[in-house]
Design a binder for this molecule. Structure first.
Ligand SMILES: Cc1ncc(COP(=O)(O)O)c(C=O)c1O
Length: 481
């Protein structure tokens, strides 16, 4: 059955909605505790730290005092003190960038870190015994430590560095799922999954003769306890869920899903692509078994993703991709795998990207996760209040702005989302329109596509005002005054 999530106003039915083997000597870099920061890295961290502290000071100064500013205080979002840290936003003050859920803008510290790696540290990590290569290797390990701290992972050795969230989720579905899934078993996912956390499970189920079961939310996008109780049972071997939906912006009840699937001896996989940029994440508090995210949505570079997994599970899994760097030894007919995490990191890694990811994390930490959350909440609230004044705009999902983590999906009555996005683009407002790689969700909502404005903490009220003015122009374009 298809259900349209209750919007702040219902969408009218007439709306047109279309839409190489490492030298032995290198083994020491791959084993045991991560090496200490080198002088170069310490100096770099100090630079990052200073810049980041300055940014945090500027944020605190702009906000008055981060401790006392209320999230809904409009002064909080009047003018972003952060835009100047982001070259693209600083260079294009006319742009209202509201597509951060697709990919975020990067602060200068991240761009500088990437460039600096190539200028000062570039060598192939793991492969050389000379200083540069050792430093490149250590840069990766320092970044791994930073990622681990950032997501509350007990050990950096359980942080696998991959290309993006999609690869991380494929890794779990292709390497882990076959070790626990058999005919008649079930994998349970939510209807709001991004295709990256859906297609891998379709394939895993098809390969194992297992069944893919869907959790559906209520009219406001909330997955209720009764739904979890009805769908998660003794046959459920894996629950895989988005921490935050990329269409509804809603946070899913991860801990409750975990409690239920663990009670039946199953495992919990969390797609954190849309939560990491917006909220504090602690994989131990979530009690998940695997957690995936992409750096590019969290102010880091393209081509970098993270998979964290419980050590004993990673240890027991076979590799996903094979080749250089993921082995201990190779004979003509056989190979011994390297330890976790290198077992899952075949081939040359993007060391510069990994280094820049550490810079992105440093930046977010300096701004402060609480500041990020409070600003975004205020931004989303402001936007939803202003959209509510346009009778022809219909917001999809929960009526409470606090339940939309940076994401507001909507439709404009009778106007195709692609037309909406194109006309907004003419007014320098960048939003996304389409199915948002969540076709089963859109189908369940009874829609082919929708518009999505997505926020990051660097946005401000002017971006929302540009969106609102743009939507008035969209409406006038199709309907006259
Ligand atoms: C919820 C969610 N999961 C996974 C992904 C896939 O991320 P990537 O394309 O970086 O692999 C996205 C991307 O939009 C997403 O929003």
């Amino acid at each position: 059955m298809s259900t349209v999530l209750e919007s702040t106003k219902a969408v009218p039915s007439g709306a047109a909605l279309k839409e190489g083997a490492a030298p032995q000597g290198n083994a020491s870099h791959r084993r045991g505790a991560a090496p200490q920061e080198t002088a170069v890295l310490q100096e770099d961290a100090a630079t990052l730290g200073k810049t980041a502290c300055a940014i945090a000071d500027a944020a605190a100064a702009a906000a008055g005092s981060s401790a006392t500013v209320r999230p809904t205080d409009p002064a909080d979002i009047a003018a972003s003190p952060f835009k100047r840290d982001f070259p693209l936003l600083a260079n294009h003050p006319e742009l209202a960038f509201l597509d951060s859920a697709a990919t975020a803008q990067r602060p200068k510290t991240v761009l500088d870190a990437q460039r600096r790696f190539y200028e000062d540290m570039n060598a192939n990590a793991l492969r050389g015994l000379y200083r540069l290569s050792v430093e490149a290797t250590e840069a990766i390990e320092v970044a791994r430590e930073r990622v681990a701290r950032f997501i509350g992972a007990p050990s950096a050795r359980d942080v696998v560095l991959v290309r993006n969230a999609s690869e991380a989720l494929n890794l779990v579905a292709k390497a882990f799922a076959p070790t626990v899934l058999g005919p008649g078993d079930e994998v349970c996912i939510t209807i709001m999954e991004h295709h990256s956390n859906l297609i891998p499970w379709q394939q895993a189920c098809q390969a194992a003769g297992a069944r893919l079961v869907y959790l559906y939310p209520d009219e406001q996008g909330v997955i209720q306890p009764e739904e979890m109780d009805a769908k998660i049972g003794p046959r459920t071997k894996i629950v895989a869920a988005a921490h935050v939906s990329n269409v509804l912006g809603i946070e899913n009840p991860i801990a409750e899903l975990g409690r239920r699937v663990h009670a039946h001896g199953g495992y919990l996989v969390v797609d954190g692509a849309q939560s990491v940029p917006h909220m504090k994440v602690d994989v131990q508090a979530l009690d998940c078994d695997f957690f995936a995210f992409s750096a590019h949505k969290a102010f880091g570079p393209f081509g970098m993703g993270v998979l964290w997994g419980k050590h004993e599970l990673l240890e027991a899994m076979p590799p996903f991709l094979t080749g250089g760097e993921m082995i201990d030894s190779v004979t003509e007919q056989d190979a011994q795998w390297a330890p976790v995490p290198e077992k899952f990191e075949a081939g040359t890694q993007d060391a510069a990207g990994i280094y820049a990811t550490a810079a992105a994390i440093a930046y977010m930490e300096a701004v402060g996760r609480d500041v990020i959350e409070r600003r975004e909440r205020a931004l989303v609230r402001d936007c939803m209040e202003k959209l509510a004044e346009l009778p022809y705009v219909h917001v999809i999902g929960h009526p409470d702005p606090d339940r939309h983590h940076g994401v507001i999906s909507f439709n404009v009555e009778g106007i195709h989302p692609h037309d909406v996005a194109s006309i907004l683009d003419m007014q320098n407002v960048a939003i996304r329109a389409g199915h948002h790689c969540a076709q089963p969700l859109l189908a369940w909502l009874g829609q082919e596509s929708c518009c999505r404005a997505s926020y990051a903490f660097y946005n401000d009220e002017a971006d929302t005002d540009a969106l609102v003015e743009g939507l008035k122009t969209v409406w006038r374009t199709f309907n006259g005054e």
